[in-house]
Ligand binder design. Structure first.
Ligand SMILES: Cc1ncc(C[n+]2csc(CCOP(=O)(O)OP(=O)(O)O)c2C)c(N)n1
Length: 816
């Protein structure tokens, strides 16, 4: 009967494609979905297909191009569902809901961002972890925002309720004056014991208020942990990210993060994304939140399945959890689960939702709780379990009173033990010079490629020059200084990872970390072949994203403190696309959560007449964020300084993010190149004194490219009375070094801060008051562009005129 089979296939194909639009996905019947003509019909085939695709699970998978993956899904959807452990599911639901109600009654007026209405999230996570355990999972990294976080800490991360209650009692506020974070943002670690006896280590990642920005951080952390775990890393470490529906559809960083999922430098073997979809965001309804019917629609661009499930059918929720986890294990792919529920209270519990959604909330008030519906449907008596749960919560509250301060619910992994945070101490300094023979050896290694590899003639020439640089036959430029820093660190056993847009070649054609065969386009990275011991090296061209990629690299740095992890902006100006990661994680992570990072941000900076968006990495913004030694802000003025700065960052145990303003026009400039001796002897110096002028009448202090221009101008003028110094480290401010440098010129009557940036930008606001303190009565002046709303002019000629004016003013004394 081929015709009948064909007919059946046609009907089934229609339901596989569109069935989710007619599924019963929403406990309150609020979702408005289009009707699908392709699904109309009442034949036996229609009834059968409807049974598979239009009950409480809907799945979107027709957009997945790989037929084997589509078949995998439809075979499971069209199979008999597994028998659920209903007693266990009811117990978990009850425990989750009664926990929320307990807090409501015992800590009235406190915000907890209740999960009620979507509590089937807890059994959902159980099932994902159970499946992960069967598949060899040992760690789960969970990222999530406020909604239901306390519940997840208790039920999934396995912390004690007493620890959470202690947070509500806010004991010992003095210990966190000016720092710390609210309880529904803090991280937690714990164990989840699966039915097969395995324990999964759970790590709930610390999270800022800024919704969705934790997503790439979770991925980066998972990537680092997977790298640690070796060949089976992706099986062992499972990333799971929970989202609100409003944030999922609205926040761009989510889309950027999904795009990382299948990329070789960023793949974590699949993340399980769960939208805890309560069909509201604060006071705003879906019709004002997203253009398309489902919050999940933004994910359809990726070749990954999207499961929708009615959060009130807890059996279906458990089934979807298993399918999602098994799919991740089978295909190393992301999976989206849209868990549709509702929100029983206001956005937080101090918020009255009847002001904005009076009708909806009347309906929600009358709607039974998830556990009630489930108990009724499954014919189980909830009372004995409920009594037990209430009793245990009351006992835990008693315990909470015994804490003298709010307990930390997380333990740092052992690999953090050798590293320090806090204020800088001189004993953290390290040796960074490298012996001549070693530089010669790395020069050979860095310029070596396999027999028969066809190198581009221009690159070949560059490699020959680099070999000469390493041998001291020509000055070393920035590109080679960086390569030598990377190579020497790798040979000392330090792993290395660099990612950024076009970073393999380098935006300015300066890096050439990957050699490209001119016949085959095959790539060869010399640095990948020189690490000692376990030291791996990864250099990737990132996708065209700042927020997600910087978040990812921050995440890698959090779980690989021994590695030098660098992110590079194409131009420093573009880093503001990642401002939330900079503000909320890089700058504040230690103060808020006590979490350290040694991440390096390379930000090309300098005024060369390339316009408003190719000039400034916004030095001022980083300096505004600087306090309590939270990070280091540097602008190395020559190649050797860059070399020592990178090596210092990797070798010392003081783990602080490092912001480096890197050059553009100075990359190959002889004035900023360094002799080989500067690599074998010196250290990174926060302040560069002037070697050419003794006992100056005036001192010009500056940072970056302008200093070289000032020195050239001084030569042109034949000026022998002006000393020019570079401030290569702006933060932590090198007060003693600078005081020492100024003291070398006791007769200088004025100190002038010279910067390329406009008066309202650059380091001016930061340096001037500090300089005044150190100047010991000398006049302190500044030379800068006029205050401006934009960092730089769009005209190259105007730039030249401005630049010349700066130089002229810098050599004009105050008396004139
Ligand atoms: C980037 C960002 N913008 C705005 C907010 C303020 N805010 C906090 S919660 C919230 C609503 C979130 O809605 P949804 O994502 O649906 O999650 P729900 O609270 O409903 O679980 C908003 C707008 C924020 N925290 N982060």
């Amino acid at each position: 009967m081929p015709a009948l089979t064909e007919q059946r296939e046609l009907v089934f194909e229609a339901f596989r494609r569109w069935g989710y639009l007619e599924a019963d996905l929403d406990p309150l019947g609020l979702l408005r979905l289009p009707t699908v003509p392709e699904l109309s019909g009442d034949t036996e085939e229609h009834q059968a297909a409807r049974g598979f695709y239009c009950r409480t699970i809907g799945v979107e998978f027709a957009h997945i191009l790989d037929a084997a993956r589509r078949r995998w899904i439809h075979e499971r959807m069209e199979a008999r569902p597994p028998v659920p452990d209903r007693a266990r599911l009811l117990e978990r639901l009850l425990s989750a809901e009664l926990f929320e109600q307990f807090i409501q009654s015992r800590y009235p007026g406190a915000k907890r961002f209740s999960l009620e209405g979507s509590t089937s999230l807890i059994p959902f996570l159980d099932e994902v972890l159970e499946t992960a355990a069967v598949q060899g999972g040992q760690h789960a990294l969970i990222g999530m925002s406020h909604r239901g976080r306390l519940n997840v800490i208790l039920h999934t991360a396995g912390r004690q309720a007493a620890e959470i209650f202690a947070g509500f009692q806010d004991v010992d506020p003095r210990s966190v004056l000016g720092a710390g974070d609210v309880k529904y943002h803090r991280g937690a670690t714990g164990e989840f014991r699966a039915r097969n006896g395995c324990e999964l280590h759970i790590h709930l990642v610390s999270n800022p208020s800024h919704l969705e920005f934790v997503d790439p951080v979770v991925m980066g952390r998972a990537y680092a942990k997977q790298t640690r775990a070796g060949i089976t890393g992706k099986q062992q470490v499972w990333p799971i990210v929970l989202h609100g529906d409003g944030a999922f559809s609205g926040q761009g960083v989510l889309a950027e993060t999904l795009n990382l999922g299948g990329l070789r430098g960023y793949s974590v073997g699949g993340t399980i994304h769960v939208i805890v979809n309560n069909l509201i965001a604060f006071t705003t309804l879906p019709e004002d939140l997203q253009t398309s019917p489902f919050a999940s629609d933004v994910a359809r661009r990726a070749p990954i399945p999207i499961f929708h499930v009615n959060g009130e059918d807890v059996d279906a929720v458990a089934r979807v959890a298993r399918m999602a986890a098994e799919y991740r294990a089978a295909f190393s792919s992301d999976v989206i689960v849209d868990l549709v529920g509702y929100r029983r209270h206001g956005h937080s519990e101090v918020d009255d939702p009847t002001i904005t959604q009076p009708v909806l909330y009347r309906r929600i008030k009358e709607h039974p709780q998830v556990w009630q519906t489930y108990a009724e449907r499954s014919g189980l008596d909830p009372e004995p379990v409920a009594a037990r749960v209430r009793e245990s919560l009351a006992a835990q509250q008693q315990e909470a009173g015994k804490f003298a301060k709010i307990p930390s619910m997380r333990k740092l992994p052992g690999y953090w033990a050798p590293f320090f945070g806090g204020r800088h101490k001189p004993e953290y300094e390290v040796d960074t010079p490298v012996a001549t023979e070693e530089l010669d050896a790395v020069g050979n290694l860095l310029t070596h490629y396999p027999e028969g590899f066809h190198v581009h003639p221009k690159v070949k020439k560059l490699l020959e020059q680099r070999k000469e640089m390493a041998r001291g036959k020509r000055p070393v430029d920035y590109g080679m200084a960086e390569a030598m820093a990377f190579a020497t660190l790798l040979r000392q056993g330090i792993p290395l990872r660099l990612s950024g847009q076009d970073s393999r070649r380098g935006t300015f054609n300066q890096r050439h970390a990957a050699l490209v065969d001119t016949e085959t386009e095959e790539q060869y990275l010399p640095l990948e072949h020189i690490g000692a011991g376990e030291a791996w090296c990864e250099i990737f061209n990132s996708p065209l994203s700042e927020a997600a990629v910087l978040g990812f690299e921050y995440g890698v740095s959090r779980d690989f403190p021994e590695a030098l992890v660098l992110w590079e902006a194409q131009f420093g100006d573009f880093a503001n696309g990642a401002q939330v990661i900079i503000d909320q994680f890089v700058a504040a992570g230690e103060d808020k959560w006590g979490l350290l990072s040694g991440l390096v941000m390379l930000l090309p900076h300098g005024y060369e007449g390339q316009g408003p968006e190719h000039s400034s990495a916004r030095i001022e913004r980083f300096l505004h964020l600087a306090a309590r030694d939270n990070f280091q802000i540097c602008q190395p003025s020559d190649a050797a300084q860059y070399f020592h700065l990178l090596r210092r960052q990797a070798l010392r145990k003081w783990r602080k993010p490092l912001v480096v303003f890197t050059p553009k026009s100075m990359l190959r400039h002889p004035d900023a190149s360094s002799p080989i001796e500067a690599f074998t002897r010196a250290h990174f110096r926060p302040v560069l004194r002037d070697p050419d002028v003794k006992d100056a009448a005036r001192i010009l202090l500056c940072t970056g490219k302008i200093g070289h221009e000032l020195r050239a101008e001084r030569n042109r003028r034949g000026d022998r009375a002006t000393a020019i110094m570079f401030l290569d480290q702006m933060y932590p401010f090198p007060e003693q070094d600078l005081a020492g440098a100024l003291a070398q010129h006791p007769n200088a009557h004025e100190v002038v801060w010279v910067q390329e940036e406009p008066a309202n930008m650059g380091a001016l606001f930061f340096v001037l008051p500090r300089l005044e303190r150190l100047a010991q009565g000398r006049a302190v002046r500044s030379v800068k562009r006029s205050a401006s709303a934009t960092p730089a002019t769009g005209s190259a000629k105007a730039h030249q005129m401005e630049q010349q004016t700066l130089l002229t003013l810098a050599f004009t004394t105050a008396e004139h």
